[in-house]
Design a protein around this ligand. Sequence first.
Ligand code: F6P
Length: 547
Amino acid sequence: MQKRTLSDLYNNWDQLVENATSWEGRTLKQAFEKDANRSARYTVSATGLELDFSKNHIDETTLSLLLDVAKQADLKGAIKRLMRGDHVNNTEDRPALHSALRYAGKASSPEEKAVESTLNKMAGLIESVHSGEWKGYKGDKITDVVNIGIGGSDLGPRMVTKALTPFHTGHVNVHFVANIDGAEIHDLTQTLNADTTLFLVASKSFSTLETLENSLTARRWMLENGCAENELRHHFVAISSKVDKAVEFGIDADNVYPLWDWVGGRYSLWSAIGMPIAFAVGMDNFRKLLSGANAMDTHFAEAPPEKNIPVLMALIVFWYSNFMDTDTQAILPYAYHLQLLPAYLQQLEMESNGKSVTKEGVRVDYQTGSIVWGTEGTNGQHSFHQLLHQGTTTMPIDFIATLQAHHPIDHQHKYLFANCVAQSQALMTGRDLATTETELRAAGVSESEITTLAEHKVHPGNRPSNTILMDKLTPETLGALVAAYEHKVYTLGTLWNINSYDQWGVELGKLLGTHIATAIDTTDIPGDWDSSTQTLVRKFNEANKSI
Ligand code: F6P
């Protein structure tokens, strides 16, 4: 089978390999010692964000070779094609116009006009619920809004709603239900009052099992709690690109907010899918989120590649993934409110770039999307950072920090920030054997103990990281940050020549899930299934026989 290699695509491949090899004999610490200007040289700022990528295995040659790769990939042309609505999602033959969801200025294209009228309608709904004009079936004000959705119809709104906690208006409590596991909606509804609850059914396709089943459960719960069928319209709103399906499902046509085929699910938090965010922080703050993202769109489209935040973020991951054999990326926000960012980025990066054929359908022989993981600092320090410091594997890391907090506990914010910087410093400088032995000796440790202990205390160092800094986490800076990651993903997809906007890999599991559910319902287990699957289904049927 013919496979596509990256050296077929880029004519400076050998030089890149040579530069990567040269880093085997150099350290980041030495790079800083040699160049007093290194931090300033490798820091770029735009849209309220600062990317310090100086603690990476990059020198002027590396950077110019990587920028040449971007040129050979026609990244500039690719950005133009993305923003003007070309069908960059070639396997589904459609654009990926999420940037149109946050355009600034007067709506001119049909897409922008559709966005504006939906945002205006959404503003009316938010205002009417917040003011108490919108009432539940008994005439009470809505106090709780529950978003029912999964994947892109959950992770983005959930992450942003949490991230903007300091901006919550307090008009309503916002909750999220995603999982098919009935435990989630069951537990939540135990805490709610049906008359004062509004459900948002968020599904681009309006055919997702989890969302439909949870919505039916919510509907049953409303009816069981005294709401008449003809009053359900006070309690259900839908957001979907399949408006007819939502209406068919029983949602009042007036309560259905459109989404469009030209927005990918995982890129949709900026649309009416972001309604839970607007319920939590108000429409003005939602628009500020859009304007932050719009500023990043402009930066991505206009800044030269060497000063372009998403482009540099992508080149760094490309460098480690394809020349230094790393296969994971850690996202470590030192901001409690960004605790859901790693989970959100898992879908954004892994569903977008977890591909192994080129856009033309040729299998690749190079690494594409890597595993994204992480948690908020400092929790990770007391958990997996041991492996970051002394494990046998290394990976690119994004530390994300804010200079100012929203709370008044200044000394804790100081410790948070200090820990963030200390982690990137410790990972980079490490502590060698000689220093470790000297320190142990100074602490009065005996020579025989030093022999046993010293190697355990050595930190190899030379481990890379980015630091993304912002003054404060606000709707604008958050919008810019999330859009930067979106564009980083597209840049990587362009460099790898893969389609970042489809997700065929999720289909087989869904299909087999329905076959297995049927086998459970009918107790008819196909004899040609593997013995493991047959046994597992049989065990489930056995355990649930009497129910
Ligand atoms: O199964 C994956 C997926 O299609 C995601 O791409 C999407 O964000 C999620 O399911 C939810 O889809 P929908 O919004 O159509 O319910």
